[in-house]
Design a protein around this ligand. Structure first.
Ligand SMILES: C[S@@+](CC[C@H](N)C(=O)[O-])C[C@H]1O[C@@H](n2cnc3c(N)ncnc32)[C@H](O)[C@@H]1O
Length: 249
């Protein structure tokens, strides 16, 4: 069993990513939790190509961090087009060290699944603590691991998306997965067909965080969980929830 976990370059190629991720159903939630004070400072960890950063920047002072240059370049182009001044920093969220403190820090769209070991998560929680103002808010969303879904998805090759990128490529993605019981890492592979031909197979390894362990880790790092929601409509987290969405202090 290989212990190398990774995400293939094509997954976070900005054109390929933006063509797939056009939804904004999480935006009202993140908007709602912005501080009312307009001078408040906001930090988005794993901002990617700015799917949320750009619309949020119209209402607040936000800085975005990501370790993919392709995604950040796209985010900067979008900001410029909109006439928005946003600070984007290329950095790893596990080791980020900047001389600012923020009123709100968030890690959206399942990004913590890229933190494969407990140490990766703990380092990130330390980074959040270090950069969060006293009484600041920390928001986080990720999946609620669904064993039934994994069992079904492991059975074969499943079509998961078909779309056209902004630069005109027809993309079809087929998925296989194998969940590792020992590491809690879901070994996902996305087989990309571009313009009708198999382009490549890309890893999308995702560490699953089970509800009780994640609650415990947040508490261990002295985050007070104010709300735990199961959806962006703020339904209380329950047995049927697809998501774990935290609002912490
Ligand atoms: C699922 S995307 C989310 C992007 C964006 N926030 C959105 O909602 O569309 C996850 C992002 O996390 C970034 N990422 C993954 N691991 C990272 C790390 N250790 N440090 C910084 N960025 C990371 C990836 O480059 C990618 O852009």
């Amino acid at each position: 069993m290989s212990t190398e976990y990774k995400v293939g370059d094509l997954i976070y190629d900005a054109d390929i990513y933006d063509g797939l991720n056009t939804f904004l159903s999480d935006l009202p939630f993140y908007k709602k939790w912005l501080p009312t004070n307009k001078s408040a400072k906001i930090l988005e960890l794993c901002c990617g190509s700015g799917r949320l950063t750009i619309p949020l920047a119209k209402e607040c002072n936000i800085c975005g961090i990501d370790n993919s240059s392709s995604m950040l370049e796209r985010a900067k182009i979008k900001a410029e087009k909109e006439g928005l001044e946003i600070e984007f920093i290329e950095a790893d969220i596990r080791t980020l060290d900047i001389p600012n403190k923020y009123d709100l820090i968030f890690i959206p769209f399942n990004s913590i699944h890229h933190l494969y070991t407990n140490q990766d998560l703990f380092d990130t929680l330390n980074v959040v603590k270090k950069h969060l103002k006293k009484d600041g808010l920390f928001l986080l969303d990720c999946y609620n691991p669904n064993i039934h879904y994994i069992i079904e998805a492991e059975k074969g090759l499943n079509n998961i998306a078909e779309y056209t990128t902004g630069d005109g490529r027809e993309v079809l993605i087929k998925q296989t997965m194998h969940y590792e019981n020992a590491t809690q890492i879901n070994r996902i592979e996305w087989h990309y067909f571009i313009n009708g031909k198999l382009h490549s197979t890309q890893n999308l390894d995702m560490r699953m965080y089970f509800p009780q362990e994640l609650d415990e880790y947040l508490k261990r790092f002295e985050f007070k969980i104010i709300h735990k929601f199961g959806s962006f409509e703020e339904e209380i987290f329950n047995d049927k929830s697809d998501k774990q969405i935290f609002v912490c202090k």
